[in-house]
Each structure stands twice: as structure tokens, then as C-alpha cells.
Design a protein around this ligand. Sequence first.
Ligand code: NAD
Ligand code: TYD
Length: 350
Amino acid sequence: MKKIIITGGAGFIGSHVVRRFVKNYPEYSIINLDKLTYAGNLANLRDIENAANYRFVKGDIVDMAFINQLFADEKPDAVIHLAAESHVDRSITNPSEFVMTNVVGTVNLLNAARDTWKSNYTDKRFYHVSTDEVYGTLGGDGMFTEETAYDPHSPYSASKASSDHFVRAYYDTYGLNTVISNCSNNYGSFHFPEKLIPLAIHNIKQKKAVPVYGKGENIRDWLWVEDHARAIDLIFHKAATGTTYNIGGHNEWKNIDLINALCTIMDKKLGRRDGESAQLITFVTDRAGHDLRYAIDATKLQKELGWVPSITFEEGLEKTVDWYLANEEWLTDVTSGHYQQYYTEQYNHR
Ligand code: NAD
Ligand code: TYD
């Protein structure tokens, strides 16, 4: 039985990856290792928490002694590493935490994997999940390919770029069996409402101002989270050692156009008159160092492994809005307590 440690499995993308692996691979043993920060939530995994091939372990990847002991006890065959501090705005307020989790935490895992597997790397795999933000920003045209030079601008993307470099260094130096994927912006269910799409859905629902940074001209390339999880599954099983794949849906949207589209969907779903929700759009002070445009060229993934997105953005956005409207309790739970304080600090001065 293959034993896989998935880190950050209680977060947004991690929970979709854990669910997919637990359901699709009953012959694997899945350990979800997560610190349960503000972004981690075991309610994201209620439907599989009692599965025979699933276990949750609470722990911090920054705690080297804990990580070494866990690897010594469990002797995993593979790691799929998603645990991270993931929000750019928080990285601007508190960069050090991003260095600790994203860089030091990743190196702790790499060391533990190297030491546990050193007698034979062949059947082992360290899969590092990363972001397109490591490539920096694009102008009006062009796309990020796997060959694009790293040029991160935010403390978040700088910490992810650093962790990617360490993963490659462990392949080059120790021969560790590594793979990396760099994905564009995800959206879907269980997305914490500090990121644009769930925050806008939450605010529109509550008839609160929908904050759009700057003029709303920045462009992001959106991918449905379950398509990301499917790509991770494919890359984990099929990619050659030491390779990198970009993941993205060829789906670029200007923030303001995206928010207007969301408002139109929400007007219909909530029985509001046409244009009512769009009146909530409020332009606020721009994010410092705000990357203008991200766009992923996922040709390599398509050509080599046959992956293409399974649904259109229109379908995905509608599914996502439906999920948030049907899961009021989840949204109320995650937006109570600390969230209120975060929201006040983040938005009251903009
Ligand atoms: P998230 O913030 O929703 O979840 C992160 C998870 O990591 C949480 O469950 C949290 O509790 C856990 N965690 C944080 N610090 C930890 C620590 N020190 N030890 C153990 N666990 C810890 O993030 P997400 O959006 O699901 O992103 C997951 C991964 O995918 C990240 O590595 C991120 O960089 C990458 N990524 C995200 C996106 C996106 O659009 N969200 C796009 C591309 C890549
Ligand atoms: P976000 O969801 O934070 O993802 P990222 O910064 O990693 O791309 O932001 C997506 C885009 O939306 C980005 O250009 C910043 C913008 N944005 C807003 O305009 N308002 C908001 O309240 C947030 C959170 C983001």
C-alpha cells in the first residue's frame, strides 16, 4: 500500500486533492498533515473523514523535530506538498510568516524526505505545488511557460519562488525524485473568503461593498479547483522525475469584468433586479506591487499528459455561486471570530 503525506490538506486546494486521492485510490493510505491555521478547516473534509484510507495529523511543517519524527514513524512513499501561507495581502502585512512556512517548512520536508528515502529514491516522489506568481507579471501579451525566468514581486511569490528553487536544488544535488507544478488562480468550493471570488460572493450576498483594487484592470487566469486537483493527480502519477508543469485554463479575466459577471449571476440567483448587485462595486486603494497580468501556457501538460480543463468558466462560476449559497453554515463559521478583525484591518484603511 502506497502511503502519501499530503500537506495543507485542510485548506482550499488541499482539501480537493485529499478528497480526490481518498476516493479514487482506496489502495493508498492518505495522511493529511495540516497545522490548521486560519485557512485550514476540517469541515472541508467532512464527507471523507471516516474513510478507511484517510488519517488527519495536526502539525506544523516549520517544526523540524516533529517533521523528522513523523517521517521516521510513518515512512511515507510520497509527499504532495500544498501547505503554505497563500494570501498576497497577508504577505504584505507579515512577510516573515511566509518565509517560515513556505521556505523553512518546505526545506524541512525536503530534508525529511531525503533522509527517509536515501537508500532508494526510485519509487518515491516529492511533489511540490506552486503558483504562476513566481514568474512575476506580464504586459499586454505573452504567457508564462515552464521556461519563463522567475521574477517574483510580492513577499508571497518570493517565498514560493524560493521554495521552488530548493525543490529543484534537491533534485540536482541529491537526486531526490521531485516534480513541481505552477498553477494559475483557482476558484471553487471551500475557498476562504479573503480571496477575490469568495470574498465578492460573500459581500454581494450580504449587500456589503465589493472592494476592487485600483481600477480593476488587473488580469488573472482562473481555473476551477477540481481541474487543478485532476492535474495534480495526473502529474503525480505520470510526470518524469525533476520535471515542471504549468497548469492553467486559458481563461483570462480583468478583475472588474469578473466582478460584473459575478454580480449578474448573483442578481439572478438571489432574485434581485438586473444591475442591483453591481452597485455594490467599490474601487479602493490598489495593492502595493500589484502584478498586472498572469496568463499560463499549459501546452506542455496538454501535449504530454493529455490534460485539458473539464468545464467552462461560466459553468464553474455558476457551480461555485450555487455552492456558497447552499453552504451558508460553512461561510458563517469561517467568517466569524478572527475573520472580522482581519477584514477591518485589511479594508478599513483602503
Ligand atoms: P490555503 O491558504 O487555502 O491552505 C493552506 C493550508 O496550509 C491550510 O490548511 C493551512 O492550515 C495549512 N498550513 C499553513 N501553514 C502551515 C504550516 N506551517 N504547517 C502545516 N500546515 C500549514 O491555500 P490554497 O489556496 O489551498 O493553496 C494551496 C497551495 O497551492 C499553496 O502552496 C499555494 O501556494 C498553491 N497555489 C494556490 C493557488 C490559488 O489560487 N489558491 C494557485 C496556485 C498555487
Ligand atoms: P486574490 O484572490 O488575492 O489572488 P492573487 O492576488 O493571488 O492573484 O486576488 C485576485 C485579484 O483580485 C488580484 O488582482 C487582486 C484583486 N483583488 C481585489 O480587487 N479586491 C479584493 O478584495 C481582493 C482580495 C483581490
